[in-house]
Structures are given as structure tokens and as C-alpha cells.
Design a protein around this ligand. Structure first.
Ligand code: TRP
Length: 451
């Protein structure tokens, strides 16, 4: 039998997993949903969801992956038996990868386009009023969207073709430090702006009057999305671990990094907005319309804009690599395909599924037009379906399986192996048994209007 691929080092795993977690969700989505939900109180709920629900689920996913040395479908196959309904959980994860990556690649394509525009000085050459039409015309151009979608999926496939250590890990080691450096430059800039104090107050001032049940649902859904949980991505990355790696320790590091970067991204974006007296609630157009306007009006904007859009591209790429790796790894495990065949097939299919998303601005496909992105339509609906339903559902299944069905000896053994944090075993299991399922079910009930 062929040897399972493994990471070259512990740091390699952490960088790749953090790369999966840190994505458009942190830099594009977290700031805008925080803005829409009024700041402080939403941030506090989000932090609770991350610590009490997200982290335990991440440990469970990595543990299932490492103990089975398999991608999601085969992992449940091994654990629960071939005919078991749990195998469906694995397939749900693969399906979620397809759904998410297909629209993710379109947004990543805009990031590539804006990196190109900012390198050619668009913030200097345009008037503030021209940025909204610019985004609209970019989004409605089929050539442009298909073109960048092709480039982005091509890059993603090229990395995944290289394999675990020589592709995914190697590129994470290059892209992640680059991402952190770009964040640091932008954060220092944010700190020097007049709007910084107002941004701190907005993010951390606790305004309970803004707390809504719908906001709590969104916070939980986003915790899953941002930590890449509920679809077998962390499970797949965990399957490339060796037995002496510390699962709990690594999961804490990844969770803290992901959360810190989402908050740092907000502390980059809100000072820019507030300094120009713009509103926090900008919606999905935040980074593609409002932020270019802010850059155009500030000194040094022409230098900072390419750094910001480059940051978005790096973040999107490491996440897309993880999503493609879930599907590739599944085809390798289930169909016994070579990596090359699996990558080309999965990547090709996602490329095709992404075409309607890429065209939705121009041709009104599925009833979508630009409103679909700025307001609420199928593009938003896809995102809503994946992050508020498929991922929490996947997380619920993983929590229930690990806490209630998994063999106690395997679970205990794998939690302890290589870990200095063995004292957390009981607390982890307690959260996974009770708080995680109850929390997820409550928000589901709330979402369908039963409570
Ligand atoms: N975490 C990613 C982000 O914040 C998005 C994402 C969701 C993801 N599920 C994933 C990335 C699975 C990789 C694998 O942008």
C-alpha cells in the first residue's frame, strides 16, 4: 500500500492550517459583518463562539484526520463502517468545498484584478465617485471575471499538484510570512491615522443594544467559516500529521492566529474609513469600493493599495489551496487516483461550477445582477447556505460523532499523544458533548424561526 503523505515539519502544518483559516473570511468578510452588526457586542459573541465552539470542533476534526490518516469520506468509512450514514458527513464536506470554492474564486479574482489596478496607480488617477462604477463594470465584464477566475484556479491547481510537503506546505511557508509582513505594514499605517481611536471604540466598545439573535447566528456561522471547520479541511490537513504532534497545542495556535488576523484586518480597515468620515456598515462592497476611495484620498494610498490587495490575494490563495486539497485528497483516497488526475479533475470541475458565479454580473444568470453581490441574491445566498447551514451541520456531525460515538480508547489516546495540554481532555470532551451541539441546534432553531 502507498505510504500516506506527511507534512515536513510541525511548523509546516501550522502554517498550512493557519493559511487555510486565514482568508477572505478574515479580511473581507469579518470586517464587513462586524460593521453591519454594530461592532463591539458582535465581536464579543464571535470570540465566545470561537473559543467555546470553534476550538473544540477543530480539535475533533484534526483528531479524526490524524487517527484515520484519511480524507473525510474514507475517514468515516474506516471509523463507522462502509454502509454507515456517517460516511454521508464526509460527502457533505466535499460538497461544501465545491460550493465555497466556486464563489470564493470569483472574489479572489476581483482581488487579483484590484492588485493589478492598484499597481497601475488607479487610486491616483480616479475621482472618489468613480470607484463604485469601476467595481460595477469590472463585475459585469464576462471576459474579466472568467479571465481572473482561470488565473486563480490555475494557481491553486499548480500548488496542489505539487503534493503535501512540496506543494501545499512549501507555498504556505512563502505566502504566510508574506501575508503577516503586509498586515504589519498596513496595521502600522492604521495606527497613525486619526480614525484609529474611533475604530478601537467601534470594535471593543460593548453596545448591548446592538445584540440580535440573527447576529449571534451569523457570529457562529462565521466562526465555522473563518476557522475552515465543518467540511473536513482541518480533518484532511490533520490526516497528514504524525502521531507525535500535539493536536490541542496546534489547534490553539491556529485559532489564536486566525482570530488575531481578523481583528487586525478590522483595525486596518476601520481607521481608513473613519478617517474619511465614512460609515462602518458598507456591506460586501467594503474592500472593493469604500477602501479604494479611502486610499485615493490619503497620502501614501498609492503605495498602500497594492499591499492591501496583494494581502487579499495571498490570504485567498492559501485558503483555496486547502479547499482544493479536500476534494483532491478525497478522490485519491476513494477512487485510488493519482494526485495529478485527482487535482485536474477536481480543479476542472470547480472551475466549471464557478463559471456561472463569474458571469452572474453580466448576463443575469440565475436572476443575478450586480445587486446579487452588493445586496442579497444568489451569490449571497450561496455564501449563506454554506456558512450558516452546511458548515455548522458538518460541525454538529463531527462533534456528535467524536463525543458520543467514537471509540473512547482511540479518542483518549490521540488527544494525549504528543500533547502537553492533557489536562484539557475532560473540558474539551464536555464542551463537545453538550455545549457545542446545544449551541449549534439553538442557532438552527432560531434561524428557522422556532425560537
Ligand atoms: N477559512 C476561510 C476564510 O476565512 C474560508 C474557508 C471556509 C475555508 N472553509 C474552508 C478555507 C475550508 C479552506 C478550507 O476565508
Amino acid at each position: 500500500m502507498e505510504q500516506r503523505a506527511h507534512w515536513g515539519s510541525r511548523l509546516g502544518f501550522i502554517l498550512a492550517a493557519a493559511g487555510s483559516a486565514v482568508g477572505l473570511g478574515n479580511i473581507w468578510k469579518f470586517p464587513y459583518i462586524t460593521g453591519e452588526n454594530g461592532g463591539g457586542a458582535f465581536v464579543a459573541i464571535y470570540l465566545l463562539c470561537v473559543a467555546l465552539v470553534g476550538l473544540p470542533v477543530m480539535v475533533a476534526e484534526v483528531l479524526i484526520g490524524r487517527s484515520t490518516q484519511s480524507s473525510p469520506v474514507r475517514a468515516f468509512h474506516k471509523l463507522a463502517g462502509a454502509g454507515s450514514g456517517w460516511v454521508g458527513m464526509g460527502w457533505l464536506g466535499v460538497a461544501a468545498s465545491f460550493v465555497i470554492l466556486s464563489f470564493y474564486s470569483v472574489v479572489a479574482g476581483w482581488s487579483l484584478h484590484y492588485t493589478y489596478l492598484s499597481l497601475t496607480g488607479f487610486t491616483v488617477n480616479l475621482e472618489p465617485s468613480q470607484f463604485e462604477p469601476l467595481f460595477q463594470s469590472a463585475f459585469s465584464s464576462p471576459t474579466l471575471n472568467i479571465g481572473w477566475h482561470t488565473v486563480f484556479m490555475g494557481l491553486t491547481m499548480a500548488v496542489v499538484l505539487g503534493g503535501v510537503a512540496k506543494g501545499v506546505e512549501r507555498w504556505s511557508r512563502i505566502l504566510m510570512p508574506g501575508l503577516l509582513l503586509m498586515m504589519l505594514i498596513l496595521l502600522i499605517n492604521g495606527f497613525t491615522l486619526d480614525g484609529f481611536g474611533k475604530a478601537v471604540d467601534f470594535m471593543f466598545g460593548f453596545r448591548t443594544d446592538k445584540l440580535t439573535a440573527a447576529g449571534a447566528l451569523e457570529a457562529l456561522g462565521h466562526a465555522f467559516f473563518s476557522l475552515s471547520l465543518g467540511m473536513g479541511a482541518m480533518l484532511t490537513y490533520g490526516s497528514y500529521l504524525r502521531k507525535d504532534d500535539d493536536i490541542m497545542g496546534a489547534s490553539i495556535t491556529i485559532t489564536v492566529l486566525d482570530t488575531a488576523i481578523a481583528i487586525a484586518a478590522s483595525m486596518i480597515l476601520f481607521p481608513l474609513l473613519f478617517t474619511q468620515n465614512m460609515e462602518a456598515a458598507q456591506g460586501p462592497g467594503l474592500v472593493f469600493i469604500s477602501i479604494p476611495i479611502a486610499f485615493a484620498q490619503m497620502p501614501g494610498g498609492a503605495f498602500l493599495a497594492p499591499i492591501f490587495f496583494g494581502l487579499l490575494v495571498f490570504a485567498a490563495l492559501t485558503s483555496a489551496i486547502a479547499m482544493l486539497e479536500v476534494t483532491t485528497s478525497s478522490f485519491i483516497d476513494v477512487q485510488n487516483w493519482t494526485r495529478k488526475k485527482a487535482t485536474l479533475f477536481a480543479g476542472g470541475l470547480i472551475f466549471v461550477i464557478g463559471i456561472p458565479s463569474a458571469l452572474s454580473g453580466g448576463t443575469d444568470l440565475f436572476g443575478a445582477d450586480l445587486e446579487a453581490v452588493i445586496g442579497k441574491n444568489w451569490f449571497d445566498a450561496f455564501d449563506y447556505l454554506a456558512s450558516n447551514w452546511m458548515l455548522p451541520l458538518g460541525g454538529l456531525g463531527i462533534a456528535i460523532y467524536t463525543a458520543w460515538r467514537m471509540n473512547e480508547a482511540i479518542r483518549h489516546d490521540h488527544f494525549l499523544a504528543g500533547s502537553k495540554l492533557q489536562v484539557f481532555y475532560k473540558a474539551w470532551l464536555f464542551l463537545l458533548k453538550f455545549l457545542v451541539p446545544v449551541g449549534i441546534i439553538l442557532v438552527f432553531l432560531q434561524a428557522v424561526g422556532l425560537i
